[in-house]
Design a protein around this ligand. Structure first.
Ligand code: GRF
Length: 186
């Protein structure tokens, strides 16, 4: 399964996919919305093609969306994985290719960019992560898989997020392996 992975941060989810040697998935390129992210460095370390598509470089959002779609489609992906990509994808991308996203909360609870902080602030005892198909909304597409993660006493946003990311990486590799083996979603 040919994957283009979109990242904005450290790229540990990407790393898990790169390291999943026995999974029938192949990352063919990694894209980011900003320069110098850990995810781009992890891709470069593997000699993978990378690209950056920055929102401020475009006069209007639709132009960014179209430019990103071209950069993604240049690599002929079967699937795009948004792993910590912090931008809402527009129709140019979503109409051209299926996109899977990972989110560090049990959707529909705690959508948006501060899911871990929001769950902690709400005082939940159990949170987790979700893998879902991306649609035009924010964290609203059909759910593919979820993993539960307990909140521990004394957890901070960082300690909880790190614990979630352990489960998230396993979930993502399992989901991508399943999507590679059963392509009825295409
Ligand atoms: C992940 O928890 C992702 O769900 C969230 O940001 C984190 C990205 O982590 N949106 P990384 O860049 O994959 O390490």
């Amino acid at each position: 399964l040919r994957l283009v992975v979109l990242v904005s941060g450290s790229g540990t989810n990407l790393q898990a996919v790169l390291d999943a040697a026995d999974a029938p998935v192949r990352v063919v390129a990694v894209g980011a919305d900003r320069d110098g992210t850990g995810g781009l460095e992890r891709a470069a370390a593997r000699g993978l093609p990378t690209f950056v598509c920055r929102v401020p470089d475009f006069a209007v959002r639709a132009a960014w969306d179209e430019a990103l779609a071209r950069l993604v489609l240049d690599h002929a992906p079967d699937l795009v994985v948004s792993a910590g990509f912090m931008r809402i994808l527009g129709p140019a991308v979503l109409d051209a290719v299926r996109v899977v996203n990972t989110h560090p909360a049990l959707l529909p609870s705690f959508p948006g960019a501060h899911a871990v902080r929001d769950a902690l602030a709400h005082g939940v005892r159990v949170t987790g992560c979700t893998c879902h198909w991306v649609d035009a909304g924010v964290d609203t597409g059909p759910i593919i898989d979820q993993r539960a993660v307990r909140v521990e006493p004394g957890d901070t946003e960082d300690t909880l997020h790190e614990r979630i990311k352990v489960a998230e990486r396993e979930m993502l590799v399992d989901v991508l392996t399943a999507l590679a083996e059963d392509r009825s979603w295409r």
